[in-house]
Design a protein around this ligand. Structure first.
Ligand SMILES: Cc1cc2nc3c(=O)[nH]c(=O)nc-3n(C[C@H](O)[C@H](O)[C@H](O)COP(=O)(O)OP(=O)(O)OC[C@H]3O[C@@H](n4cnc5c(N)ncnc54)[C@H](O)[C@@H]3O)c2cc1C
Length: 287
């Protein structure tokens, strides 16, 4: 199907973008970034924005840089930018591993990191990374700038705290200390499909014990989030089969699983147990 008619705006600067957004947002205007989520839903007539503010020509939004102890990711940085590590150390390797699980090559070449966060699919890999690692999100509008933690930004299925006239201009992810171990594991029915459950874990080992564990689950609930019960099961324990099993059980027990006509809640809970345990083993063995 074809999309409904719309007016395309093509600003060149962030200031121009915000001015146009302020004008067209109340008239059913939306930002167009990579178009890999928005255009298909427009083609299916599940969305029919009257105005598209195309940010692909806006100066500076493709900036990917290290600022102090954070990796800064501008609104036009594509998924494919992370195919190879963008920064030395565990964060660069982690994001490269995760990036290869997002859709297919063509989609990764156009889709953006920030677009994924704004779209807020529960199965988005970048939402899981942002929530687990405590990303700060820089949001701009004509009314001013604000910075939101990823966990507060993501509010539910395809739902965020972004107002209609706001641009998610940048995501800032803390660099990980060199000794950080990480593990990512997702389950989907076919390569490139959205994950039915995914787990991301980071921790360090000091004196033979797990310190500073972060364990996030995506694809299983309305939004990606850290699971404090599973982190508590890891903290201060030796990284062993038994510890990992207890953490995986804690994660499975803690979630309120999404259900649909193909997937029961109990099946998804089981998947969470499996992906968590596998991510934990990957963290121990792979880096
Ligand atoms: C077949 C297929 C498979 C896919 N598989 C996966 C997958 O496995 N994992 C995954 O995570 N994604 C997957 N995707 C989605 C893909 O990753 C998209 O690129 C991503 O969800 C949205 O990014 P985008 O830049 O394309 O955003 P767009 O499609 O341009 O926009 C999506 C939404 O976000 C808003 N938006 C975009 N950027 C901003 C911004 N900077 N500020 C404010 N609002 C903004 C738009 O207005 C729109 O509402 C898949 C897509 C397809 C078509």
């Amino acid at each position: 199907m074809k999309t409904a008619a719309f007016v395309r705006h093509a600003p060149r600067t962030v200031e121009e973008t915000l001015a146009i957004l302020a004008d067209v947002a109340p008239k059913h205007g939306r930002i167009l970034a990579g178009g890999q989520s928005l255009v298909p839903i427009m083609a299916f007539r599940m969305a029919d924005p009257a105005h598209l503010v195309d940010i692909n020509n806006v100066d500076g939004l493709d900036r990917l840089s290290i600022d102090g102890d954070e990796l800064s990711i501008g609104a036009l940085v594509r998924h494919a930018a992370f195919h190879r590590p963008v920064v030395d150390g565990p964060l660069g390797r982690l994001m490269s591993v995760v990036a290869h699980n997002i859709a297919h090559y063509a989609i990764r070449s156009r889709g953006t990191f920030c677009g994924s966060l704004a779209h807020a699919d529960p199965a988005s890999e970048w939402c899981l990374v942002a929530a687990t690692l405590g990303a700060k999100l820089v949001v701009k509008s004509k009314r001013g700038d604000r910075t939101v933690m990823a966990d507060d930004f993501l509010s539910g299925i395809m739902s965020t705290s972004l107002a209609e006239d706001e641009l998610l201009a940048e995501a800032r992810i803390p660099l990980l200390p060199e000794a950080t171990r990480f593990g990512f594991y997702e389950f989907s029915r076919r390569a490139g499909d959205f994950a039915m459950a995914a787990a991301l874990v980071t921790y360090q080992v000091e004196g033979g014990l797990v310190v500073e564990p972060r364990l996030g689950i995506g694809g299983a609930e309305g939004k990606s989030r850290r699971i404090p019960e599973a982190e508590a099961a890891l903290k201060g324990q030796a990284p062993s089969f038994q510890t990992f099993k207890m953490a995986a059980d804690a994660a499975a027990d803690a979630i309120e699983p999404l259900e649909d006509h193909l997937t029961s809640g109990e099946y998804r809970r089981d998947l969470v147990r499996a992906v968590t345990e596998r991510a934990l083993h990957r963290a121990l063995n792979a880096n």
